[in-house]
Design a protein around this ligand. Structure first.
Ligand SMILES: [Zn+2]
Length: 408
């Protein structure tokens, strides 16, 4: 019942609505290109019989009525991209939702539950924040965040207004337990596991928890020729040990990753012993206890390495988000839909955050991953096979109808 050819035309068309003079597919939230993409999506939603609106948090919602007085089943993702990104991350989930709505319309099928296809605002990281729309829907956005002025971008409240939302009434976008029957998101995997297992699609069991620490080490700047090795307070040498220890410890914990992705050193001259290092440590795992024990180990090495060199250190935890485990019953339902659609299925976790991680706080949520070529994403080379996409969308449609048939 899904019009696969139309879905692939939609993916190709949305990929042409991009910011000028940017490479790859660039349609960052709060830009004119994002608004133009949304305009096109609105037309497509309406042509598929969906009643469209933008909630106060700036989420574009296409709604199809149901025959019973029940909360909606929600499907979707995000139409914004990173700078120089690909054509599938986010867009696929929104267009998969549209394809399901279009199939229901053309087949003249009415579900018991209403169906909502959602394009969440600003899932990707922007200077004004990330997961903006799903945060507005699931948690609410506080006034300080809303009014913070970012040079060149204005305030988040201005961005939400440009996206068609209404920040002064942002609380009306909030949904809570019971307001949504379930949420299912189709997304490219953005990782290597489905390809390695030769599986076209997979069911996501949960999303990793993330901890990020911001660490500053201060030693002493000295002449690189005259300061003897024994007398140095080399801040960078202290940090080098921490970086290696973080890598070794994470390698020893399968399913857990640690990354030092940002590092600033001072004075950053080849003939001066470095006296200043600011760096980040990020850890992710589906098992929060492993994140805790990894951080304990890393902070112990940091203390020992600095102590040995007479280097001062201080750290601040800048991000802590606990892992999300999707409910067994919905995972099993989506798994059986995937098995029917593709003849095979695989369960895996997500190492990246998604709108679904916030939705999971207020409703049963699940995700369907599509194999991603070489696991590459957030780049123009991002690619998923049309045949694999077809199976994911068929599985989504099936999962929606199975959910709708439950509890009759
Ligand atoms: Zn995404």
């Amino acid at each position: 019942m899904i019009d696969h050819a139309q879905l692939h035309r939609d993916i190709a068309t949305l990929a042409t609505i991009v910011e000028p003079e940017c490479s790859g597919t660039t349609r960052r939230a709060f830009t004119a290109a994002h608004a133009a993409g949304r305009q096109w999506l609105t037309t497509q939603f309406q042509a598929a019989g969906l009643e469209t609106s933008i909630d106060a948090g700036g989420n574009l919602i296409g709604r199809r009525a149901g025959s019973a007085n029940l909360p909606p089943i929600m499907i979707g993702s995000h139409s914004d991209t990173v700078m120089a990104g690909g054509s599938y991350d986010g867009a696929l989930g929104v267009l998969a939702g549209l394809a399901v709505a279009r199939a229901l319309e053309s087949d003249g099928l009415m579900l018991r539950h209403p169906l909502e296809v959602v394009d969440f605002l600003a899932e990707e990281s922007t200077p004004l924040g990330s997961l903006v729309g799903s945060t507005a829907m699931c948690l609410g956005i506080d006034d300080v965040t809303m009014m913070l002025e970012i040079p060149g971008w204005g305030r988040l409240s201005d961005g939400i207004i440009r996206a068609g939302g209404n920040p002064t009434r942002a609380r009306t976008a909030l949904r809570t337990h019971g307001d949504i029957a379930a949420y299912i998101e189709v997304h490219i995997e953005q990782g290597p596991f489905l390809e390695a297992a030769k599986q076209p699609i997979g069911v996501v069991t949960g999303i990793v928890g993330i901890r990020r620490a911001d660490i500053i080490c201060r030693g002493r700047p000295d002449h690189a020729g005259t300061a003897s090795m024994a007398l140095r307070h080399d801040a960078l040498a202290a940090v080098a040990e921490v970086i290696s220890a973080a890598e070794r410890a994470a390698v020893a914990m399968p399913g857990t990753v640690a990354t030092v992705g940002s590092l600033t050193i001072g004075p950053n001259q080849s003939n001066v012993v470095p006296d200043y290092v600011r760096f980040s440590v990020e850890m992710r795992s589906l098992d929060w206890a492993e994140v805790e024990s990894l951080w304990q180990h890393i902070s112990m090495i940091l203390a020992q390495s600095c102590e040995r060199r007479g280097v001062q250190f201080a750290y601040e935890m800048i991000h802590d988000s606990a892992p999300v485990t999707f409910p067994d019953a919905l995972v099993a339902l989506v798994d059986s839909a995937c098995t029917t659609a593709s003849g095979t299925s695989m369960r895996l976790s997500s190492g990246a955050g998604h709108d679904a991680s916030l939705l999971a706080g207020i409703t049963p949520a699940a995700m369907i991953f599509v194999q991603t070529r070489a696991g590459r994403s957030h780049c123009p080379d991002e690619y998923a096979e049309p045949a694999d996409i077809n199976m994911a969308v068929d599985a989504l449609a099936l999962a929606v109808t199975m959910l709708d048939a439950q509890n009759r």
